[in-house]
Design a protein around this ligand. Structure first.
Ligand SMILES: *Cc1c(COP(=O)(O)O)cnc(C)c1O
Length: 380
C-alpha cells in the first residue's frame, strides 16, 4: 500500500478549528525542570506570581484533617466553603460558583456564553487565559489596543474606551482584569462602573480580581458591591495569590444566582477536591497570614523597584505581586542568563512583549539574589 493510501491519523485536523488554532499556555518554568536541565540546585522561581510565604499554616492543618476522607468524593456543591465565603464576602451562597482555580471559572464562562460567530472582548496584554478560553470555543476574539507605556495611571493597561468600541450585537463576554497580569495596572473604579453601565444586557462582563487581596483595602478595591446593580456581572477570585494556595487549584465566581445557575450546568460535578475546600475555609480564617502576605508584598515591591531604579530599567504599575520590566533589548537573552544563575522569571514574548520580563515578588533574600544576578548581567 502506498503512503498516500495509508490513512494517517491527524489529531490536529480532527480538532475543532478554535482548538487547532491555539498555542498551549506557557507556564513559568518549574524549579525542578531548571535543576534537571542545567544541573543546578538551589534555584529560585519568581515567574508565576506565587506567594513567597508558602501556604497558610491553618490550611495545612485543615488538609491533614481531611486526608482520611480521600476515598470519598468531595462535596460537589461545596456547601461549607460557599457558606464560609458568603460570610467572608457578605453575599448569599447562591451567588457563588467554585472553580478548580479561577482559570476554571474563565473556561466555564467561555463555554457557557460563546460559540462560533459570537465575540469576546478583552485588552491587549490582558491575562493570556482570556484568549485561550474564548478562542477554544470558536468565537471571535476582539482585542482592544492597550493604553500607551507612558500612560500616567495604567501603562499598557486596559483602555476601557477602546474596549467599549469593540462591543457589538455579537459580543457575549467581556474580560476585565483588575488588577491586570502582566501589566500590574489597576482601573479607576468609577470609570469601570460607567463602562459596565454602558454595556448592553446581552453582554456578560467578567471582572477578574485575582490580586485583590494585595490591595491596601480589598473591599474598596473590589466591584463585588456592584453585583446587585448588574445581573450580567461576574467577579472571579482565587486562593492562588494572596492566600498562597496556587498548588491546590481553588477559585470562585460571585455573580447573580442566574449566572451561577448557568455555570453550574456545565461545571464538572467534582471540580474542587476535599483538600482544596477544607484548606480554603481555613485560609479565610487566617487573618494573620493575609496581613503578613500583604506586608511582605509591599516591602518586596519596594525592594524590587529600588533594584530596577538603580539599573535604570523601566517598570510598570504595582497593583499585583509582580512588576513588568522593560529590558530595552530582547528579553529572552536576559531570561536565559538569569536561568544560568538559577533564577527563573517570566518572558512575555507570547504576550507580544518580547523586550519585557515579569518578575514576581519573592522573599527579601530571593529578591536580593535576583538583584545580584541582574546587576551582573546588565554590567556585562
Ligand atoms: C493567576 C491569575 C488567575 C488564575 O489563577 P488560578 O490559579 O487559576 O486561580 C486569574 N487571573 C489572573 C489575572 C491571574 O493572574
Amino acid at each position: 500500500m502506498s503512503d498516500e493510501g495509508a490513512i494517517a491519523f491527524d489529531a490536529l485536523r480532527l480538532a475543532t478549528p478554535g482548538v487547532a488554532g491555539l498555542s498551549p499556555y506557557q507556564p513559568g518554568k518549574p524549579t525542578s525542570e531548571l535543576e534537571r536541565e542545567l544541573g543546578l540546585s538551589d534555584t529560585i522561581k519568581l515567574a508565576s506570581n506565587e506567594n513567597p510565604l508558602g501556604p497558610p499554616p491553618a490550611a495545612l492543618a485543615a488538609i491533614r484533617e481531611v486526608l482520611p476522607q480521600l476515598a470519598l468524593y468531595p462535596d460537589g456543591n461545596g456547601f461549607a466553603l460557599k457558606h464560609a465565603l458568603g460570610e467572608h464576602l457578605g453575599v448569599a451562597p447562591a451567588k457563588i460558583t467554585l472553580g478548580n482555580g479561577s482559570n476554571d471559572i474563565l473556561v466555564l464562562l467561555a463555554e457557557a456564553f460563546l460559540l462560533p460567530g459570537l465575540e469576546a472582548v478583552y485588552s491587549q496584554y490582558a491575562f493570556a487565559v482570556y484568549e485561550l478560553a474564548s478562542r477554544a470555543t470558536g468565537a471571535t476574539a476582539c482585542v482592544a489596543p492597550a493604553l500607551p507605556a507612558d500612560d500616567d495611571n495604567a501603562p499598557l493597561g486596559h483602555d476601557l474606551a477602546a474596549m467599549a468600541a469593540l462591543v457589538s450585537p455579537r459580543t457575549r463576554l467581556v474580560f476585565v482584569a483588575n488588577p491586570n497580569n502582566p501589566t500590574g495596572t489597576a482601573l479607576v473604579l468609577p470609570a469601570l462602573r460607567r463602562f459596565i453601565e454602558a454595556l448592553p444586557r446581552h453582554v456578560v462582563v467578567l471582572v477578574d480580581e485575582a490580586y485583590v487581596e494585595y490591595a491596601e483595602d480589598p473591599a474598596q478595591a473590589s466591584v463585588l458591591s456592584w453585583l446587585e446593580d448588574f445581573p450580567n456581572l461576574v467577579v472571579a477570585r482565587t486562593f492562588s495569590k494572596g492566600f498562597g494556595l496556587a498548588g491546590l487549584r481553588i477559585g470562585y465566581a460571585v455573580s447573580s444566582p442566574q449566572i451561577a445557575d448557568v455555570l453550574n450546568r456545565i461545571r464538572q460535578p467534582f471540580n474542587v477536591g476535599h483538600a482544596a475546600q477544607a484548606a480554603a475555609i481555613a485560609a479565610l480564617g487566617d487573618l494573620d497570614y493575609l496581613q503578613r502576605s500583604r506586608r511582605m508584598n509591599r516591602e518586596g515591591l519596594q525592594q524590587l523597584a529600588a533594584t530596577l531604579d538603580e539599573l535604570g530599567l523601566w517598570y510598570g504599575a504595582d497593583a499585583g505581586n509582580f512588576l513588568l520590566v522593560d529590558m530595552g533589548r530582547p528579553a529572552a537573552e536576559v531570561y536565559t542568563q538569569l536561568l544560568k544563575q538559577g533564577v527563573i522569571v517570566r518572558p512575555l514574548a507570547n504576550y507580544g512583549l518580547p523586550e519585557h520580563l515579569r518578575i514576581s515578588i519573592g522573599t527579601r533574600a530571593q529578591l536580593e539574589r535576583l538583584a545580584q544576578a541582574l546587576r551582573q548581567i546588565q554590567r556585562a
